[in-house]
Design a protein around this ligand. Structure first.
Ligand code: CA
Length: 244
């Protein structure tokens, strides 16, 4: 069965003999919220305001990076150097304002049902996001009640490097008090998948955006689902493959 093979491949590379899942580390945008189209649109609009060219499509490729990292990739491409920190702050503040002008993002279909299932299996949900979007972080408590307390959240405010560096997921493990082989990651972006894999964690990719699913496998995803609903529907089988 393909889930067992995926687990065997993970174990072979990580030199662990088993996975004992105790925590599940969720990315936020594109995993818990159907918010990525609004982010991509906000990035494009505000960057253009500053003469910086980032298409909506490219914004999806940078998904998961910190705001500063995204701005600097484009700035360096055009000017050959990093942007001034004050400019970065200004652009990111305007991008956050622009995002807030969009409708409130809906819960990703299947995400709430999945969270209830993972909790029933005794796993602790942890949030690991590169986002510093305060409106969305506040909304998290309403959309996912009694799920992510502040002690189990890693956001843009906690990290130095951000994804694709393993740092945010290593911090997530530390906050949950578990080792890599006691956790799993749920990600939708190539850079986020890279971060989860680099942290040594079994990483499930859900392709909720416009990219070809192959980019998520190329990034190292252990499993790939076409949606959160599809992952949710298969949860019991995946969990069984992880734990037997
Ligand atoms: Ca994401």
């Amino acid at each position: 069965m393909m889930y067992k093979e995926a687990v065997a491949r993970y174990l072979g590379r990580s030199h662990n003999t088993n996975i004992y899942p105790k925590a599940i580390l969720f990315d936020m945008d594109g995993v818990l919220f159907d918010s990525m189209p609004y982010h991509a649109d906000s990035w494009h609009t505000v960057m253009e305001r500053y003469g910086l060219h980032l298409s909506r499509e490219e914004a999806f490729l940078h998904e998961g990076r910190t705001g500063a990292a995204t701005i600097n990739i484009v700035y360096r491409r055009q000017y050959g150097r990093d942007a001034d920190p004050e400019l970065i702050k200004q652009i990111y503040a305007e991008k956050s304002e622009e995002f807030a002008r969009h409708p409130e993002p809906e819960r990703m279909p299947g995400a709430w049902e999945l969270i209830r299932k993972v909790k029933a299996c005794g796993l602790t949900p942890v949030l690991v996001t590169g986002s510093g979007q305060t409106t969305l972080l506040e909304r998290l408590a309403h959309s996912y009640p009694d799920t992510f307390d502040r002690a189990h959240m890693v956001t843009a405010f906690d990290v130095k490097y951000g994804k694709p560096n393993p740092e945010p997921y290593l911090m997530g493990l530390a906050k949950a008090g578990v080792a890599a082989y006691e956790a799993m990651v749920v990600e939708n972006a190539p850079i986020g998948v890279q971060a989860g894999v680099a942290a040594g964690i079994f990483t499930v990719a859900v392709n909720t955006g416009p990219l070809d699913g192959q980019v998520l496998l190329d990034a190292g995803a252990n499993l790939l689902f076409p949606s959160m609903q599809a992952f949710c529907d298969q949860w019991e089988q995946v969990f069984q493959a992880l734990t037997e």
